[in-house]
Design a protein around this ligand. Sequence first.
Ligand code: C2E
Ligand code: MG
Ligand code: MG
Ligand code: MG
Length: 276
Amino acid sequence: QAKIEGRNNYQFYNAELDRKLTENVRLENDLRKALERDELQIHYQPIVELTEKKMVGLEALLRWEHPTLGFISPYDFIPIAEESGLIVPIGEWVIKSVCQQIIAWEKETSNKYSVSVNLSIRQFYQSNLVQVISESIKETGIDPSQLTLEITESMTMDVNKATIILFDFKSLGVNISMDDFGTGYSSLSHLQVFPIDFLKIDQSFIREINTKSEKRTGIIAATILAMAQNLGLKVIAEGVETKEQLQFLEEHGCNYAQGYYFSKPQPVEMLKEYMK
Ligand code: C2E
Ligand code: MG
Ligand code: MG
Ligand code: MG
């Protein structure tokens, strides 16, 4: 009985795996076409400075509307782009587009917004990334401090290499943000050495903030905030959805916030109102 079940299971998993692989190959091909046909889009989510309650920057978030499957989440297609190497040309396209958008906003609004771009691990270790960024900055004429690169803790596992790359970024004059902070591994001693400007508290810790409950939650968020203050890092809270969460963050000295409470990520046309 066990043997039969085992074999059935094996066949089931095999078929499932096969289906997944076929699906991924299809998506990879479609993603390649989407890039060639200019079908990828970037939405932008405002980042609000909390003492002035002013939008000071935005995060660029990739969007892909598949011709038959509809919108596919970056959580699903970024890994495919990463595995196939497509993330490299896609990432270059994002960086260039963002730099152009920064200039377009500056012309329209006379404001110098800072825009954050997410990097993936393969991109981070791509030897010509620094050159791509430097060229985009020069070609568009943005102030390098208007560009922020978001990395994650997993990218810094190779501490020596990561340190060199991060200092290369800094020599360009761009800012560096540690995204999803608290969900990965990072040693506090390395955090101190890396030339990081911002820590982004992961949304899972923001979700735990609920001041209505008897026992005050949000202990991790508060701890990260206290630590960041001691390290001289500015903190961005991500995934802020409620007034209570915002109040808690303000009380604990958080510098910036982003989340549905302020605005969802939106296409450029839709942000006109917000820019005023
Ligand atoms: P992330 O960089 O941590 O981005 C934050 C995610 O949280 C975004 O999901 C955003 O839409 C979502 N979010 C923002 N505010 C709220 C909120 O109040 N509540 C909730 N529930 N969610 C909120 P999105 O756009 O689906 O992106 C998912 C992830 O995909 C990003 O996480 C990032 O890691 C990756 N990604 C997106 N664009 C790019 C890109 O251009 N390049 C690379 N390498 N990765 C990207
Ligand atoms: Mg991010
Ligand atoms: Mg992330
Ligand atoms: Mg994040």
